[in-house]
Design a binder for this molecule. Sequence first.
Ligand code: FES
Length: 92
Amino acid sequence: MTAKGADRPFYIYLAYSGRTLIVGANQSALQVLIDAGVDIEPGCMLGGCGMCVADFVEGDLIHKDLCLTENDRKALFCPCVSRAGTRIVLPL
Ligand code: FES
């Protein structure tokens, strides 16, 4: 059982490679992607600089950044802070 307000694990599905990654409750999606060999530059790690911004295809995203507009969030997310309820699909 997850404490109220705590982050939950979720899946990242890489559509082109067919790989599935698991983001643990205490991990960022960015760290999991970097560990998996995805070439993303980390920056502030606070959702503010936009250096890590990545495309997504679909998913129940929970945006936690401070740098994207609502329009941006239709196709982009900041993996350093943003999470998903269950799953996100990336064009990788
Ligand atoms: S590293 Fe700065 S927004 Fe993600």
